[in-house]
Design a protein around this ligand. Structure first.
Ligand code: SDX
Length: 429
């Protein structure tokens, strides 16, 4: 970290304070403000943490201005083209790409943790058939600590890594079980003869009455989508996992909190919201009307899948997914009018002064739903797909925090309520 500092002066008292500059290996420099309350008596105010770094991390780097995303230094474009989801998972967890034997051992490890306790299927069967799968996921993942308390000493690195691998391994099994419950189908179990993504697709779509052939196109595309959604530094759900983890809560509870945070339409729930929006717009002729609604301050409508807290350029993931969406539709020999509608919506928005000035570009959620839809994933399961992939990022970030002495997360506030006043007896009110 550099020895630079920024000096601030309180004009009221004339006191000054040197704020140390903290610089990482890449990215904007930050100011350490820890000394501010005790020296100048001020806290800082930053709703939504738009200008605040919450931690130091070595996992993912984003340059929002240039549209750069790297996992452990490797550009997302190269990983998307050359890697696999489990290899990326190893990279995010360990910091390095695995050798072939390390990868084989890791894959074997994950494969042999994909089953869940049979009682979890009983738990899932307790939900109403039309329960939203994200509600089910949050509940079921939060309950894992009730099943896997055998190795829960989080001061033990082996127990921590086991919990991390268990969650990576079991998310597809739980996700598919939630979907099958909704469909009224019998439980399906992981197949160790298949790879991670193929086994997930088999658990999602196989039925007892006939042999299910996993589509290699679908398996490769899902693997790509899982890579692209695996981590994204301190986004809302990852920050939630870190905050819950900072209290010493177990990793299953921390990830369950992350699932709930991801569900919001401003975050991972946007992929589902994009499809709903495209259906509502319905036709290219109505795009202009919805662009105007998105620009209207008095209208709560926003262009879902557009805009980003960090990217003020095209989200590099969106570019890759857009290309993959085209290829999937071509491979399947189908077209989707929603794809044409999305492309027209993007074209018009990117030419509009409002979107240009506010640097609003398509984000990771804008095109992913087109692919999920083409591959038979129901809209209500879109964010579950995101959660399966992001579990790798959540547990990697949780592990990193566990390995670093971290104070409990506890922001302050600007109090704007009533000042001191005496209790008024009921008869006098
Ligand atoms: C994800 O953080 C991550 O990394 C998240 C993520 C990940 O991988 O974890 O990348 C995944 O969550 C992607 C984002 C998915 N959400 C959506 O697509 C929902 C639609 N987008 C917006 O709600 C919004 O863009 C956010 C929430 C994504 C970002 O909001 P910010 O950073 O808080 O910005 P803002 O809301 O303050 O917007 C800045 C301006 C505002 O106008 P002014 O108040 O300055 O006049 O841009 C406007 C906003 O009104 N604006 C939009 C808009 N997004 C922002 N106007 C219309 N349509 C939009 N989509």
């Amino acid at each position: 970290m550099s020895e630079q500092c920024v000096i601030i002066t309180d004009e009221n008292s004339g006191n000054t304070l040197e704020l140390p500059v903290i610089s990482g290996t890449e990215g904007e420099p930050t100011l350490s403000i820890k000394a501010l309350p005790s020296t100048l008596g001020y806290f800082t105010y930053d709703p939504g943490f738009t200008a605040t770094a919450s931690c130091t991390s070595k996992i993912t780097y984003i340059d929002g201005g240039k549209g750069i995303l790297r996992y452990r230094g490797y550009p997302i474009e190269q990983l998307a083209e050359k890697s696999t989801f489990l290899e990326v998972a190893y990279l995010l967890l360990s910091g390095e790409l695995p050798t072939s034997s390390e990868l084989a051992d890791f894959q074997d490890d994950i494969t042999h943790h994909t089953m869940v306790h049979e009682k979890l299927n009983t738990f899932i069967s307790g939900f109403h058939y039309d329960a939203h799968p994200m509600a089910m996921m949050a509940g079921v993942v939060g309950s894992l600590s009730a099943f896997y308390h055998d190795k829960m000493d989080m001061s033990d690195p082996e127990h921590r890594m086991l919990a991390a691998k268990r969650m990576i391994a079991k998310m597809p099994t739980i996700a598919a079980a939630c979907y099958r419950h909704h469909m009224g189908w019998p439980a399906a179990y992981p197949k160790n003869s298949l790879n991670y993504t193929e086994s997930f697709l088999d658990m999602m779509f196989s039925v007892p009455t006939e042999k299910y052939e996993v589509s290699t196109v679908a398996a490769r595309v899902f693997d790509l989508l899982f890579i692209l959604h695996a981590d994204h530094e301190q986004n809302a759900s990852t920050s939630t996992v870190r905050l819950v983890g900072s209290t010493g809560a177990n990793p299953y509870a921390s990830v369950a909190a992350g699932i709930s945070a991801l569900w919001g339409p401003a975050h991972g729930g946007a992929n589902e919201a994009v499809l709903t929006m495209l259906h509502e717009i319905g036709d290219v002729s109505r795009v202009g009307k919805y662009i105007e609604k998105a620009k209207d301050k008095d209208d709560p409508f926003r262009l879902m899948g557009f805009g980003h807290r960090v990217y003020k350029n095209y989200d590099p993931r969106a570019s890759i997914i857009r290309k993959a969406a085209y290829e999937v539709l071509e491979e399947l020999g189908t077209t989707d009018p929603l794809m044409d509608l999305a492309m027209e919506l993007e074209r018009i928005a990117l030419e509009d002064e409002y979107f240009i000035t506010k640097k609003l570009y398509p984000n990771v959620d804008f095109y992913s739903g087109i692919i999920y839809k083409a591959l038979g994933i129901p809209v209500s399961m879109f964010t579950v797909m995101f959660a399966i992939a992001r579990t790798v990022g959540w547990v990697s970030q949780w592990l990193e925090q566990e390995e670093t002495p971290t104070p409990i997360g506890r922001p302050r506030q600007v109090y704007a309520g009533a000042t001191e006043r005496d209790y008024v007896p009921l008869e006098s009110r």
